[in-house]
Design a protein around this ligand. Structure first.
Ligand SMILES: [Zn+2]
Length: 555
């Protein structure tokens, strides 16, 4: 039986790829399209990596696998980062392993901590630095280090957290990222002969789209991935390939602060805070804003000025401190008024609020009748994308309209699809509703890196290989991301578990293959969620949250 090699190009979309194809800049991808077939692969909701890849891994919608975003949705409070132990459905490789087939999973987001597999797992975004369980099997780690160097714990993204990265600039960042992806490719290629199914994801295309202003860098990322695809084809020319993306991409014009918009519409209420209730950290932030407003760059001098002033403030009497703080507040730029309300939503009086950036909306007043609910949806739908003038949301529905399964209870009540707008969503209250620049940009730290891109729902698929359809350049049917996993199992002649939500991509398969192989359905296995295996400690979780923020994935 042939191998099935699934290659993810994270965030790839036809809008980005087409012009490059026309200029003949993606020769390997073009060859696959010409001799195979291709089309649109519609992502899941919300169309973001952790949800989408968990759907590929499990073959199910988020209502079953329980991953709704980068953060666990929690009402009224900030929530923790998710990891693979929170996934509630068996991964697809269990079914392949049961039939004696080996599977290699490389670079797939949210596969850390890796779990037992007959094969290999080299997790993708995000793995804590220097952890012992960075790969499965664990002894692979030493071999990897010896042969390929210490890249597993050195994602280029780590560099972004340091001052050095800021100085480094896009070019150097791009080179380092390519190097890391290339090493991962070589590792996977070397292990692939032992595997029947390989799932590999190139993340560089998505990360650059999010972070980098210059579109040329994104173009180069696609060309780099095409080169890597060429390496796969050269090494394994006669296998079955599925090239796919977990969602599409788009460039954004600005950022919308959703809670602020809800506040403007009277749907969210804030508790006014007394100046003396500010924490030291908040006073520090206010000082930072004042100094920045006066043109002081965030450097050591600025830090020293803030430290000394803070020390002074907390040495003087409380009465004097309150007076000083009042004066500071008057001297502070306008943003401080919002910032003073930070985390101070009055939930009792609030109708809707968000605390993740994926489109999920908490409905605080759930007991509303249908008429009031419809009025609310109408009001939310009337919110305009400030940059295009079109409605910000393409649709808003109750979660049950999109998600099915016993994990639906975890999700906030509403889902509003803003991904077709020209904006990205932020949820905090510390900057004004519409703006082109992120808080990172404001600090002046990030010269070339910024939140410039976001996602759209439509991704891509290209199939190529002896058991796949040859459409001679004609565009194929539209499929769902959920259809990829059953197709992989079918190509390996393994039954489709009954809990799967997708179908086989029948029109993308060679007619002879479909004629000779009937589809079998099997009972899905019970899956005991893994507990206590994660090495992610509190500090690591904080670091992961920091990285997600820098990427513009969350706020
Ligand atoms: Zn993605």
């Amino acid at each position: 039986m042939r191998k099935t090699i699934v290659i993810g190009i994270d965030g790839a979309c036809w809008e980005y790829i087409k012009p490059l194809l026309e200029e003949d800049k993606l020769p390997n991808i073009k060859r696959m399209m010409d001799s195979g077939s291709y089309g649109i692969l519609e992502s899941v909701l919300p169309p973001i990596s952790p949800v989408a890849w968990s759907s590929v891994i499990t073959g199910t919608n988020a209502g079953k696998h329980g991953i709704f975003g980068w953060k666990k949705p929690k009402r009224n409070e900030s929530s923790e980062a998710v990891d693979s132990t929170m996934r509630k459905v068996a991964p697809f490789w269990k079914y392949l392993n049961e039939e004696g087939l080996r599977v290699g999973i490389f670079n797939i987001p949210l596969t850390y901590p890796p779990e037992d597999i007959d094969g290999y797992i080299v997790p993708g975004f995000e793995v804590p630095a220097n952890c012992k369980d960075a790969v499965y099997p664990q002894d692979l780690s030493a071999i990897v280090k010896k042969k390929y160097g210490d890249f597993l714990n050195n994602l280029p993204l780590d560099l972004l957290l340091s001052q050095k990265a800021i100085e480094m600039g896009v070019e150097s960042y791009f080179q380092k990222y390519c190097f890391s992806e290339e090493m991962r490719t070589h590792l996977a290629l070397d292990l692939a002969p032992e595997c029947d199914v390989i799932l590999f994801n190139y993340m560089i295309t998505d990360h650059l789209n999010h972070q980098v202003r210059d579109f040329d860098a994104i173009t180069r990322a696609y060309r780099f991935v095409d080169e890597m695809v060429g390496t796969w084809l050269k090494r394994f020319p006669d296998e079955n390939y599925i090239l796919m993306s977990d969602h599409g991409s788009t460039r954004i014009k600005g950022i919308v602060n959703l809670n602020q918009l809800f506040f403007n519409e009277g749907l969210l209420q804030l508790r006014k805070r007394q100046i003396d209730s500010l924490s030291k950290d908040e006073v520090n932030k206010m000082l930072h804003l004042i100094l920045h407003n006066r043109g002081l760059r965030p450097n050591i001098l600025e830090k020293v000025v803030r430290r000394i002033y803070l020390l002074y403030l907390y040495l003087i009497s409380e009465k004097h401190r309150v007076n000083r703080l009042r004066k500071l507040r008057q001297a502070a730029p306008k943003e401080v008024n919002c910032f003073l309300y930070l985390d101070k939503i009055d939930y009792e009086k609030t109708i809707v609020h968000v605390n993740t950036d994926d489109g999920f909306i908490f409905l605080n007043k759930q007991e509303m009748n249908e008429k009031r609910y419809n009025q609310l949806v109408q009001k939310l739908m009337s919110i305009k994308d400030p940059f295009s003038g079109d409605p910000l949301f393409s649709f808003i529905r109750k979660k049950e309209a999109f998600f099915k399964g016993n994990q639906v209870k975890l999700a906030p009540e509403l889902y509003g699809h803003f991904w077709e707008s020209t904006c990205f969503i932020k949820t905090s209250l510390n900057f004004s509703a519409f703006k082109l620049e992120t808080p990172y940009r404001q600090t002046g730290l990030y010269r070339d890196f910024d939140t410039c891109g976001s996602h759209q729902r439509d991704g891509i698929y290209i199939v190529f290989g002896p058991d796949l359809k040859k459409s001679s350049g004609k565009k194929g049917k539209r499929y769902s991301l959920l259809d990829v996993t059953p197709t992989v199992l079918y190509l390996q002649k393994v039954g489709i578990p009954e809990n799967f939500d997708g179908k086989i991509m029948r029109d993308a398969l060679a007619p002879e293959y479909v004629r000779c192989n009937s589809v079998e359905y099997i009972t899905s296995v019970d899956y005991a969620p893994r507990a206590g295996k994660s090495e992610i400690k509190f500090d690591d979780k904080q670091r992961i949250i920091e990285k997600l923020k820098i990427l513009g994935y969350i706020d």
